[in-house]
Design a protein around this ligand. Structure first.
Ligand code: ZN
Length: 282
């Protein structure tokens, strides 16, 4: 396992941690200001959300690289299955791939969407999802974009996801059978899973991302009360051991949705604490 005690060159910021840079969320910093603040602190890179980028993908990507970092990823495709898919599903999904390519983000995250109307459970939805991902995979591959299926905590079943575990995501990867389709492991979603190490080992080089935060003992909101690393009960070292034991050596991306705590703080303070916690507890 990598030693980060004196080295945070693998640390990346997911801009959700600062409230997505958006007015009304966090401090509303511009992407440029976020880029400068991350570069000053020696981060590896940044993961953006589509709504922050607008039509400036090429410009923002170049700005990140000029600051000595990489765009590590982009969040995310539209839901690909379930009742909340957009009208022009494949058009919007391809547009998200195009944006990742323009940013030169190597990984585009997929939050799948929930149970398909007219079906029950998740098995049918996973099949429909696999079909749609299989259709998108070659388009993404032509643009050097990997697609990372992110399993979500089971409480997000119904409307947000049909994948609850890394094992679920691997089952869909097997159905799709494309080299650029893999899995993103997010502490918030998998911290409880006792099968995590074995499913990560099985995933091997299909692990495309590792997302950090913490699970608060007394969580107050299922979406917007993620903890800073070290403040909660997730066994962060054990999870990283599982991910890196499988061969993952990419960025560790801090992704904290926290409407009542971290989004209310000065982003500079959030970034400083993030660096310190990454070195000491992750
Ligand atoms: Zn995540």
């Amino acid at each position: 396992m990598r030693d980060f005690t004196d080295d945070h060159s693998a640390l990346a910021l997911n801009t959700a941690t600062l409230g997505h840079n958006l007015e009304g969320r966090g401090a509303g910093w511009s992407p440029e200001r976020v880029i400068d603040a991350c570069a000053e602190r020696g981060l590896a890179g940044i993961v953006f959300w589509r709504r922050e980028i607008g039509n400036r993908a090429i410009e923002i990507g170049e700005r990140v690289r000029a600051a000595g970092m990489d765009v590590v990823g982009l969040c995310r495709t539209p839901y690909l299955v379930g009742s909340e898919v957009p009208a022009d599903l494949m058009g919007e999904a391809r547009a998200s791939i195009d944006m990742a390519a323009e940013l030169r983000a190597p990984v585009l995250t997929i939050v799948t969407g929930g149970t398909e109307p007219g079906t029950k459970g998740v098995a049918e939805s996973q099949k429909i999802l696999a079909g749609r991902v299989a259709e998108l995979a070659p388009y993404a591959a032509e643009r050097d974009v990997k697609l990372a299926l992110e399993p979500l905590n089971p409480m997000f079943g119904g409307n947000r996801t049909c994948l609850f575990t890394v094992r679920d995501a691997l089952n869909v990867c097997a159905m799709v059978d494309a080299p650029n389709v893999g899995v993103a492991v997010d502490v918030y979603h998998v911290w409880w899973d006792q099968e995590l190490a074995s499913s990560c080992a099985e995933a091997g080089d299909r692990l495309f991302g590792y997302h950090l935060c913490d699970w608060m003992e007394h969580t107050s909101h299922m979406l917007l009360d993620r903890g800073m690393m070290g403040d909660g009960v997730a066994d962060l070292k054990a999870i990283r051991r599982a991910v890196e034991g499988a061969g993952y050596d990419g960025a560790c991306e801090v992704e904290i949705f926290s409407a009542e705590n971290w989004w209310k703080r000065d982003p500079a303070e959030v970034l400083d604490i993030m660096v310190e916690r990454f070195r000491t507890v992750c």
